[in-house]
Design a protein around this ligand. Structure first.
Ligand SMILES: Nc1ncnc2c1ncn2[C@@H]1O[C@H](COP(=O)(O)OP(=O)(O)O)[C@@H](O)[C@H]1O
Ligand SMILES: [Mg+2]
Length: 496
């Protein structure tokens, strides 16, 4: 709006940075130089005038002293160019320097009286007295009504001031032009890396890999901008690479169940006689279930990625109840799944469905690898709720314990594909726990106190989640110890 009302403002805004910086700097410098020139001339004028006045006064004082002592010759010498007139009480000039008017006083009676009273020099046009230019005149009262008038030419001062003004008049614009040229060049030089950045960015296309923007040598703002942008490009590239590998891994995982389904159906259709259709259907169903598990895992991961490290919901979750109900689902499992939870409620904040999936993924893994028993334990420890899932299976070698959290990482892929998933379970666990501000790691179960070390090392998955205060609602949230809470949304119903 302001821009529309002020065409000059719009014009200014449309100009480039280079022009604007140069013009602004030059304008400020020009104003500053003009102001200082004005001050300089003023100060120079005042100090030169003061010097002249002082010497005129000194001379007047000396002449007055001589006059009072009656030592004045008729014709005064004029060593320093000061004109002197001594006027008696009758207004006649009784003494004067050589070449000075002897008939007409430089100051009239009235002016003389004023000059004596003010004790200050005054300007006087010298032309009526045959002196070119202006004069500075002072007057001093002497004895017997005599008055001493001393005058000095002001012309030298005027000449000096004119010379100074001339220097400033030509020097100032020259300085401004010089500054404008220098600032034009420096700003141009500063902007050059930005143009290089722009060109570099224009060259980066969606398909080009590993392209980076040129980083200027000077460690300035453009340098940090280029580095920040390059870091961003690197992150985007990494994300892009992750996405690509995820797609190709997912496609790879989809291929085998689909190929298996196709093979089974082709065989069945090719040899319909004596075909066990039920067996075929069971085989196909198993593959279909693998596919749907994979799809669900991919969807869970995509949702986690989408939310960018924030849980879907932030509500109080009664973790002890969630663990108890989660373990109950393994009652029919041939493997013993023991559950140890504290008697009091353990609250964390987050999404019950997602936390239920964490438990299910860990217990599924443990049950699949255990020899005889799986123990799920929950205990508060400081400000954290610690959930451990321990099995007495073969464990995972130290070197692989971080790697298994990567997507599609499966250590036992050669052994049996049918039981396990696609290697996404632990990745989902880690992302979910991180979104809940917690941490998860794997450790050797045999190394811990309290567990009888078996022949196999076993594995313990340790999940730490920040504890939260019990919600202050209703009597349901804090029933007496040992009383089972009614089944709520905190159940891991949505598991896998
Ligand atoms: N309790 C365990 N004992 C031994 N190895 C395990 C255990 N849990 C996970 N693993 C190893 O970690 C790998 C990754 O696990 P996960 O991400 O859950 O994928 P998935 O279960 O689909 O194979 C598994 O393939 C397995 O090799
Ligand atoms: Mg798993």
């Amino acid at each position: 709006m302001a821009a529309e009302r002020w065409p000059a403002a719009r014009w200014w805004r449309r100009k480039g940075v280079r022009f604007r910086v140069t013009a602004a700097a030059s304008a400020v410098l020009a104003a500053a130089l003009a102001a200082s020139a004005w001050v300089l001339i003023g100060v120079l004028d005042r100090s030169l005038t003061a010097t002249i006045d002082e010497s005129a006064m000194r001379r007047a004082d000396r002449v007055r002293a001589d006059a009072d002592a009656g030592r004045l010759p008729l014709e005064l010498s004029n060593p320093d160019g000061t004109l002197i007139q001594v006027i008696d009480s009758g207004g006649r000039i009784v003494h004067a320097t050589i070449g000075t008017d002897r008939l007409v006083p430089l100051l009239g009676r009235q002016e003389r009286a004023e000059a004596i009273r003010s004790d200050q020099a005054r300007y006087l046009d010298g032309r009526p007295y045959g002196i070119p230019g202006r004069l500075r005149v002072v007057a001093r009262a002497a004895d017997h009504g005599q008055v001493v008038i001393a005058a000095r030419s002001y012309a030298e001062v005027e000449k000096t001031l004119a010379a100074a003004a001339q220097v400033l008049l030509f020097g100032t614009p020259l300085l401004v032009v010089l500054l404008a040229a220098v600032s034009w060049m420096i700003v141009g030089g500063t902007l050059r890396p930005i143009s290089a950045l722009r060109r570099g960015a224009a060259e980066i296309t969606g398909t080009a890999r590993a392209r980076r923007l040129p980083v200027p040598e000077a460690h300035d703002e453009v340098h940090s901008l280029a580095r920040t942008l390059n870091d961003m490009l690197a992150r985007l590239e990494a994300a892009d690479a992750r996405q690509r590998s995820l797609v190709s891994d997912a496609a790879h995982e989809l291929r085998s169940p689909l190929a298996s389904i196709r093979l089974q159906l082709e065989v069945a259709l090719g040899h319909p006689e004596g075909q066990e259709w039920r067996e075929t259907a069971e085989g196909v169903l198993e593959d279909a279930m693998r596919l749907s598990r994979l799809a669900e895992d991919l969807l869970a991961l995509a949702r986690l990625d989408e939310r960018g490290g924030i849980p879907a919901r932030r509500e109080p979750v009664e973790l002890d109840e969630l663990v108890r109900q989660g373990v109950e689902r393994y009652a029919d499992n041939p493997m013993t799944v023991a559950c140890e939870v504290p008697p009091g409620p353990v609250f964390v904040t987050g999404d019950a469905l997602d936390l239920g999936r964490v438990l299910t993924n860990l217990v599924d893994n443990a049950v699949r690898h255990a020899r005889s028993v799986v123990t799920v334990r929950l205990r508060p420890e400081g400000a954290a709720a610690v959930l451990t899932v321990t099995d007495d299976g073969p464990g995972i070698p130290e070197a692989d314990r971080e790697r298994v959290f990567d997507r599609f990482t499966r250590l036992d892929s050669a052994r049996s594909r049918d039981e396990g998933g696609a290697g996404l379970g632990l990745a989902i666990v880690r992302e979910t726990v991180r979104a809940h501000d917690g941490s998860v790691h794997l450790e050797d179960a045999g190394l811990q106190h309290g567990d009888p070390p078996g022949e196999t090392p076993g594995l313990r998955a340790v999940v730490r989640l920040p504890l939260s205060a019990a919600p202050p609602t209703g009597p349901e949230s804090s029933p007496p110890e040992g009383v089972r809470r009614p089944r709520t949304r905190t159940g891991p119903a949505g598991g896998r």
